[in-house]
Design a protein around this ligand. Structure first.
Ligand SMILES: Cc1cc2nc3c(=O)[nH]c(=O)nc-3n(C[C@H](O)[C@H](O)[C@H](O)COP(=O)(O)OP(=O)(O)OC[C@H]3O[C@@H](n4cnc5c(N)ncnc54)[C@H](O)[C@@H]3O)c2cc1C
Length: 479
């Protein structure tokens, strides 16, 4: 038994939904495109699962968050796929792939062949068992990657109102779930090995703002240690969490968010892998010219930084999906994928956005005792990353634009003094050519402030010359 398609998307998550919309916009014919997904529902905006989906009142439920509502585009319901002649093979896992023969074998025994394959298999949640802890299949231990996990988490939360939850992990999932648990009136203790939350992205100063906010909502933090085992009651429910530092936390439920692993296993030994993902070029094409990869599973060249990255964020899934369809259907019109990394989160009343790369020297700005603050990352004399909490739409756009421009920064103190104003001013400048590398920059420069030189000059030269220099400097300042 078998079917053949021109295009097959393997995986039915965020990237698959955005790719499907783009295929239709670019005029794919009825019957040419097929999506195969292990999940039994058509693509949806996965970030909703740790946000609106977990709210106790008026929670988000499908079909309200099918792709592509996250980008204010059309909401693609099952009817939409039918009307556009897209074949859906959902609730079906692909168990093997043969890229030489261009076939996929499903768990139901069907062979599906393709001319072009887009791998959009995303990632799976890492299990505690992979770290030597057993018992994470207990009914009150929750992970969160897909709709089934989220539905289960809601059910467990509803049984634990007023009880105690332990959240293992201080990353995205841990932080967003902890906030949702609090909103559901559950007492939360977060446990993670790092010195502060969101350790891969936040500086300790940024993290302490969020940790203080969480503490004000009653969340407790236990840092620098990990889970070593569970205690169970006679029916196999977890009753307590034991930590390596010897402490024991009573628990009515546990949420585990300890990272993800890209779903590459079908292609190991067949395609080139790098940094844990399927290596693709600037057209998102793998080492086999008929196979492309997008979203969490793809390791692609980030032109801005001159190196390959595998990103685990929704914006990259959406944009790589759009790009791959253009690269396949209009190869002569489309250039290389030129992506500015972008991550965001919303918890309680807080909301932050991050653009670029969080390496190098950090300059914090704004009011850390108020609502709006941020940070810039400067590497090799250029601004390469920006973070902002509590910004307006225009302010977020400004930090994104300024980061993409990678302006030269000569004086960190001056950058700190200007704070958000620097991005707002820089973003007014005309956009430079898209391909940048840190070594060449953009011509936009944050110089050492003229007044520093001015003060020195004042000691050695006459006041009239200094006044002239000040006037001249102000007219020629460039940023
Ligand atoms: C709860 C949660 C909250 C998030 N919040 C944010 C956020 O606030 N901001 C942010 O930037 N990012 C967030 N993310 C990350 C973001 O959702 C992912 O980066 C994005 O979903 C990646 O899209 P994708 O299409 O590559 O993979 P996915 O959306 O994971 O889709 C992969 C699909 O492939 C299917 N699949 C895998 N293997 C097979 C197989 N063998 N056969 C058939 N089907 C298969 C899976 O079932 C799934 O449907 C969040 C993720 C989660 C889980």
């Amino acid at each position: 038994m078998g079917r053949a398609f021109v295009y097959v998307i393997l995986g039915g998550g965020v990237a698959a939904g955005y790719a499907a919309l783009e295929f239709v916009k670019k005029g794919v014919s009825h019957g040419e495109l097929c999506i195969i997904s292990e999940e039994a529902v058509v693509p949806y905006e996965r970030p909703a699962l740790s946000k609106g989906f977990l709210l106790p009142e008026d929670p988000a439920r499908l079909p309200s968050f099918h792709t592509c509502v996250g980008s204010n585009e059309e909401r693609l319901t099952p009817k939409w796929y039918k009307e556009n002649g897209i074949e859906l093979v959902i609730g079906t896992r692909v168990k093997s792939a043969d890229v030489r023969r261009k076939t996929l074998l499903t768990a139901t025994g069907e062979t599906i062949s393709y001319q072009i394959l887009i791998i959009a298999t995303g990632a799976r949640a890492l299990k505690l068992e992979e770290f030597g802890v057993t018992g994470s299949d207990a009914e009150n231990v929750c992970y969160l990657r897909d709709l089934a996990d989220a539905t289960r988490l809601v059910n467990v939360m509803q049984c634990c109102s007023g009880g105690d939850a332990v959240v293992i992990g201080g990353g995205y999932i841990g932080m967003e779930c902890a906030a949702s648990l609090v909103i559901n009136k559950i007492n939360v203790t977060m446990v993670f090995p790092e010195a502060h939350c969101m350790a891969r992205l936040f500086t300790s100063k940024i993290a302490s703002y969020y940790e203080d906010f969480y503490k004000s909502k009653g969340v407790k933090f236990i840092k620098g240690t990990v889970l070593s085992s569970f205690d169970f009651n006679p029916v196999g429910k977890v009753t307590a969490v034991n930590l390596r530092d010897g402490s024991r936390l009573p628990a009515d439920m546990v949420v585990v968010g300890i990272g993800i692993r890209p779903n590459t296993s079908l292609f190991e030994g067949q395609l080139t892998l790098e940094k844990g993902g399927i290596k693709v070029n600037g057209r998102l094409q793998s080492s086999n010219s008929s196979v492309y990869a997008v979203g969490d599973v793809a390791t692609f060249p980030v032109k801005l930084f001159g190196e390959t990255r595998r990103l685990e964020h929704v914006d990259s899934a959406r944009k790589s999906a759009k790009h791959v369809v253009a690269a396949i259907m209009e190869p002569d019109k489309i250039g290389e994928f030129d992506y500015l990394p972008f991550f965001y989160s919303r918890v309680f009343t807080l909301s932050w956005q991050f653009y670029g790369d969080g390496v190098g020297e950090v300059v914090h700005f704004g009011d850390f005792s108020g609502n709006t603050f941020g940070a810039y990352w400067v590497s090799k004399g250029h601004l390469i990353g920006s973070f902002l909490e509590g910004g307006t739409k225009e302010e977020y756009e400004a930090i994104a634009k300024a980061t993409r421009m990678m302006p030269a920064i000569e004086d960190l103190a001056e950058l700190e003094r200007q704070g958000l104003g620097f991005a707002l001013t820089a973003s007014q400048k005309p956009q430079p050519s898209p391909s940048l590398d840190v070594s060449c920059g953009t011509g936009l420069v944050l110089e050492k402030p003229i007044y520093a030189w001015h003060a020195t000059a004042g000691v050695v030269v006459a006041a009239s010359i200094a006044a002239f220099a000040y006037w001249y400097g102000r007219r020629h300042r460039r940023w």
